[in-house]
Write a protein that binds this ligand. Sequence first.
Ligand code: IMP
Ligand code: MG
Length: 177
Amino acid sequence: MKKITLADKNFRLFIDSSSLNQAITILAERINKDYSERAPLFVCVLNGSFIFATELIKLFKHNCEVSFVKVSSYEGVSSKGTVKELIGLNENLSDKDIIIVEDIVDTGATVSAVTQNISKLNPRSIEVATMLFKPEAYNNEITIKYKALDVGNEFLVGFGLDYNGLGRNLNEIYIID
Ligand code: IMP
Ligand code: MG
């Protein structure tokens, strides 16, 4: 079993790269079908979504636009429960179909705040696409239409996800040991 150490914590391999890529490919196929006649604007939530967003958007076969926003709600291994303001998107979106791209949806506080902020810009539609979803932790109203994989409540790193800034470069997902 592959093991790694990031600062003071040990992690073991949880989702290998072929399983992850397969799940992302299946998700991309759904989005390709649903958006074959609309050019979506992918709004990628930095920093965590950068690798998933790259892989997902490379698999999107129709016209699309891509933008990035930044928000932060996590420090260490537990949610602070507060979500800061959204940076990076100010224009009117009235003719846009938005797909918010997240690395992981945990309680849903972050994605709900991002959704509310984007709603104020009057887009035609908003959906959420996340690489990982924690169903047991989720306690929000908004529907997460596109999820690549469901996971448990354990803390994960890799493929964009970090532990205090480390581990984003890992090509698979690791779970805390
Ligand atoms: P939420 O607001 O509780 O849904 O948390 C979402 C944000 O917390 C994600 O965008 C991640 O940045 C971070 N997060 C949640 N769970 C994990 C995890 O297991 N590992 C690393 N970051 C996480
Ligand atoms: Mg994030």
